[in-house]
Design a protein around this ligand. Structure first.
Ligand SMILES: *[C@@H]1O[C@H](CO)[C@@H](O)[C@H](O)[C@H]1NC(C)=O
Ligand SMILES: *[C@@H]1O[C@H](CO)[C@@H](O)[C@H](O)[C@H]1NC(C)=O
Ligand SMILES: *[C@@H]1O[C@H](CO)[C@@H](O)[C@H](O)[C@H]1NC(C)=O
Ligand SMILES: *[C@@H]1O[C@H](CO)[C@@H](O)[C@H](O)[C@H]1NC(C)=O
Ligand SMILES: *[C@@H]1O[C@H](CO)[C@@H](O)[C@H](O)[C@H]1NC(C)=O
Ligand SMILES: *[C@@H]1O[C@H](CO)[C@@H](O)[C@H](O)[C@H]1NC(C)=O
Ligand SMILES: *[C@@H]1O[C@H](CO)[C@@H](O)[C@H](O)[C@H]1NC(C)=O
Ligand SMILES: *[C@@H]1O[C@H](CO)[C@@H](O)[C@H](O)[C@H]1NC(C)=O
Ligand SMILES: *[C@@H]1O[C@H](CO)[C@@H](O)[C@H](O)[C@H]1NC(C)=O
Ligand SMILES: *[C@@H]1O[C@H](CO)[C@@H](O)[C@H](O)[C@H]1NC(C)=O
Ligand SMILES: *[C@@H]1O[C@H](CO)[C@@H](O)[C@H](O)[C@H]1NC(C)=O
Ligand SMILES: CC(=O)N[C@H]1CO[C@H](CO)[C@@H](O)[C@@H]1O
Length: 391
């Protein structure tokens, strides 16, 4: 059965790939991931799955998380980049220590699930806490429990104890989180005039945005300024401006790209200034400074960071907003990923173009990481394959 599946894959490419796939499957088997062949055969039955296989066999570096037979799900388990910190046969995943995160870009880019800037693929975020590496934003805790490297191929496999799910839309994220129900209500009640004369809620407008970073005030933050807010309530223009000052338009800025002293431009065209000290990271707009209390809540079209105060800035600069959006959009079009997503040398606004995570790749290479899981026993046992498939 397994040989047959591998032979099918081999037909797509050369013998050395087949050998590498055999080595890959054997390595998966050695840590208990025996379902790879079923996954491979099933993948081949959809055009998206075939594209995934072709990509994997293209001779570039890859990091893969392979959770089940659904090609979309598989795509979200394949990361672009080399994420191992060493050349060990039991590789160690590069990871920030909590609260620092590491962000890697997957291959999931079906427009059904992902609408990021520049049609970029969705990312995964993880952190290390008490010695364990946890994948963030998962409804159930998912952590890395084992690893191995496929000799001769540069494929690193990380076992995880669960299946990764996709990020939701912004409106779903804020309405489902107990910390952001006030914001959810405000996004639902703030109306934006559409071109056809009807009104859309700001929640809908933001969900349609391709690429977006939102600094989301918690419920407590809204309660603290309830009197100022009720003074604005009748003035939709003012409410929209305040909310736009919480958003970076056209780009997803992850925590790893927010550095001390950075300045970015909000959707209202005002500066968002960032500062970090021993007590945390802060964002300032106008005369308000808020602490960033939780980062990297991923959405289908961007990222949300929770803040502990409302940025009550009524100023607006449409031309600055427009040029920031243009530069974010053009940066997104040339984005490449060779490792963890980090602050880019070209700096702020917007650019979510990324640098390599260290000494990994030269220009033009695209490493990938694979995660894999199998259903054995009563519980879901998962594993993550990170690594570089080098030819
Ligand atoms: C994975 O393998 C187990 C047996 O090892 C089997 O029971 C299960 O159905 C397989 N899962 C898939 C998705 O093929
Ligand atoms: C896999 O896809 C290739 C290319 O479309 C096809 O030739 C082959 O028959 C497929 N195999 C299976 C098992 O579907
Ligand atoms: C990934 O990067 C690490 C650290 O630079 C390196 O030791 C390892 O060999 C690289 N993996 C591959 C497959 O090149
Ligand atoms: C990584 O390890 C393998 C075997 O353990 C070795 O052949 C290879 O040269 C090493 N690569 C680097 C960059 O050290
Ligand atoms: C971890 O993987 C190694 C192979 O790299 C295997 O020998 C070992 O049994 C695995 N450990 C667990 C706890 O599954
Ligand atoms: C968000 O809410 C959860 C529980 O509902 C809580 O554990 C967590 O600390 C909150 N986070 C922030 C930043 O308030
Ligand atoms: C906002 O609207 C969404 C979708 O209609 C809904 O699910 C959510 O509960 C609303 N939020 C609040 C706070 O009512
Ligand atoms: C759109 O919203 C504005 C401001 O709230 C309101 O004056 C207008 O009547 C609304 N238009 C429609 C078609 O509902
Ligand atoms: C609404 O707020 C805007 C922006 O602060 C302000 O320019 C405008 O005068 C306000 N309109 C009313 C009717 O208060
Ligand atoms: C982002 O910019 C685009 C293009 O200027 C604009 O259509 C859109 O409304 C902006 N989004 C927000 C939330 O301001
Ligand atoms: C894979 O990554 C390694 C370093 O991590 C690099 O030396 C090698 O050139 C890359 N291979 C390809 C085909 O890009
Ligand atoms: C283990 C193995 O078969 N590795 C092969 C992977 O593919 C390259 C070339 O494409 C071969 O050189 C390796 O021997």
């Amino acid at each position: 059965m397994r040989l047959q599946s591998l032979a099918i894959l081999a037909a797509l490419t050369s013998l050395s790939y087949a050998q590498n796939l055999t080595a890959f499957a054997d390595a998966l088997g050695s840590i208990g991931a025996t379902n790879f062949t079923a996954i491979a055969a099933n993948l081949n039955s959809t055009s998206e799955g075939q594209a995934v296989i072709q990509t994997l066999l293209s001779g570039r570096n890859f990091t893969i998380f392979a959770p089940n037979n659904d090609a979309h799900v598989l795509s979200y388990h394949i990361l672009q980049g080399n994420f191992s910190s060493s050349n060990s046969s039991t590789p160690e995943l590069v990871s920030g220590n909590s609260p620092d995160h590491t962000i890697g870009r997957s291959l999931l880019n079906s427009s059904e699930f992902v609408t990021l800037e520049g049609n970029a693929s969705q990312v995964l975020a993880w952190t290390k806490e008490n010695g364990a590496i946890s994948l963030l934003n998962q409804p159930n805790n998912v952590s890395v429990i084992n690893s191995t490297r496929v000799a001769g191929t540069g494929i690193d496999i990380y076992l995880i104890n669960g299946v990764l799910s996709f990020p939701p839309t912004l409106s779903t994220l804020v309405s489902n989180s107990s910390n952001t129900t006030s914001l959810s209500g405000l996004l639902n009640s703030t109306m934006i005039p559409a071109a056809d004369g009807t009104n859309q809620t700001l929640a809908t407008v933001l969900d349609m945005q391709k690429g977006m970073t939102a600094f989301a005030p918690t419920n407590d933050a809204f309660s603290a300024i309830s009197s100022s807010l009720s003074a604005l309530a009748g003035n939709q223009t003012a409410v929209i401006t305040v909310l736009q000052n919480h958003i970076i338009n056209g780009t997803s800025v992850y925590s790893t790209e927010i550095t001390n002293g950075a300045s970015m431009t909000s959707a209202a065209g005002e500066s968002l200034k960032f500062s970090t000290n021993s007590s945390g990271t802060y964002v300032t707009s106008g005369s308000t400074t808020a602490k960033i209390v939780q980062t990297d809540l991923l959405t289908s079209n961007g990222v949300v960071h929770l803040i502990d105060a409302v940025l009550l800035n009524l100023d607006t600069d449409p031309s600055a907003a427009s040029s920031a959006y243009q530069s974010a959009t053009s940066a997104a079009a040339t984005m490449t990923e060779t490792g963890p997503i980090a602050a880019s040398a070209t700096g702020p606004n917007g650019s979510s173009s990324t640098s390599s995570g260290g000494s990994n790749n030269g220009a033009g290479t695209l490493p990938i990481t694979v995660h894999y899981y199998t259903m054995s026993f009563a519980a879901v046992i998962g594993f993550v394959v990170f690594g570089a498939y080098t030819v």
